[in-house]
Design a protein around this ligand. Structure first.
Ligand code: NDP
Length: 331
């Protein structure tokens, strides 16, 4: 079997030389474990943080060890009660083609309800982030004007659609290319969208939401957060989900420079960790899968083929090559 290892901690932007695809031994599963042939594994922005040797809410990747992350696959050998050959499971040992997974870390998923890759995206951790972030952390209310950054990505595209379906007055998104801006308005039903590379975010946001915004779902940080603060109406709420614009920086970044706006506008900025919201999982799956079946919510996947393209998939996602969920499909 083969697994991606982190062999050097990246300085700034990761480069292919920071990683190595190495052979790992493939043995019969130990008592209480299953051997899984991975069918898809996920590449996610949070993994960049795990490549640093820094204390965080998830431990850093260890050098010269297989990296991990979300994956779905098929059980090919079982030494665990309740799991049979042919079962499909969601588990945390991605970045490799075969994984020995302790039964406690494997969750059976039903391939007849949704394509297996959906459990890594729209019906998985990413989808719950969008759902819980908007509705629980952001205290979304019908009639809100919602701004989403990173809007053509996995989380962002779902946030915008849930806001629309739940009765937002206006949904505005920003993304990094003309094609993504087109997808936002034509495929996901955003009311307005702009390319943040076309000019200052603050100016473009003021044009797209002339009456101001009530809720900002932040995937990007930096200049986007500063722009949102200046467009907020009173009692605005920011869901701080991610700050991808600073994940590869080596110097502290200056923006936002307008934090005093928090006072007069009585703003609330709240961080989000999806792991706090597991109790919402059944409600989330029920509601979102119904929207997918009815066609009211759509999603895209950016699929990279083969374990050997794992790092390229991850780097491509950081560069913004992906529309929707970036993942690696095997076999
Ligand atoms: P995406 O599918 O959105 O992929 C990342 C996207 O970020 C790229 O496609 C790119 O799109 C955009 N991007 C990259 N660099 C920049 C930049 N400098 N400025 C603006 N945009 C940039 O990833 P996810 O949907 O998986 O994650 C989105 C965010 O949510 C991330 O910040 C992630 O860390 C966070 N997250 C947080 C969780 C939590 O529990 N707090 C859980 C899951 C995700 P573009 O072409 O538009 O630049």
């Amino acid at each position: 079997a083969r697994a991606w290892h982190l062999v050097r901690r990246p300085e700034g932007w990761p480069v292919p030389e920071d990683f190595a695809l190495r052979e790992i031994p493939l043995t019969a599963p130990a008592e209480g474990s299953v051997l899984v042939r991975n069918l898809h594994f996920s590449v996610d922005p949070y993994m960049r943080g795990r490549m640093n040797d820094a204390k965080s809410y998830v431990p850093p990747y260890r050098l010269d060890q297989p990296m991990d992350g979300g994956a779905v696959g098929e059980v090919v050998a079982s030494a665990a009660e309740g799991f049979a050959v042919g079962d499909t499971v969601l588990h945390p040992l991605g970045w490799r083609d075969y994984a020995e997974v302790p039964a406690a870390q494997a969750t059976k998923v039903d391939p007849s309800l949704a394509p297996l890759s959906a459990y890594l995206g729209v019906l998985g951790m990413v989808g719950l982030t969008a759902y819980a972030g908007l509705l629980e952390v952001g205290s979304f209310k019908p009639g809100d004007t919602v701004f989403v950054s990173g809007a053509a990505g996995a989380v962002g595209s779902q946030v915008g659609q849930i806001a629309r379906l739940k009765g937002a007055a206006r949904v505005v998104g920003s993304a990094g290319s003309a094609e993504k801006v087109r997808q936002l308005t034509e495929e996901y039903g955003f009311d307005a969208a702009f390319n943040y590379k076309d000019g200052p975010v603050a100016e473009q946001l003021k044009k797209a939401a002339p009456e101001g915004i009530d809720l900002y779902f932040d995937n990007v940080g930096g200049e986007h957060l500063e722009a949102a603060l200046s467009s907020f109406n009173v009692f605005g709420r920011a869901v701080i989900c991610g700050m991808i614009s600073v994940y590869n920086t080596t110097e502290p970044t200056p923006a936002p420079r307008n934090l005093t706006q928090i006072i007069g506008k009585r703003l609330r900025l709240q961080g989000l960790l999806v792991s706090d919201h597991k109790a919402l999982q059944p409600q989330f799956v029920q509601e979102v899968s119904a929207w997918i079946r009815s066609g009211e919510l759509t999603y895209r996947e950016q699929v990279y083929q083969g374990v050997e393209n794992g790092v390229e998939a991850f780097l491509g996602m950081l560069r913004g090559e992906n529309s929707g969920k970036a993942l690696v499909t095997l076999g």
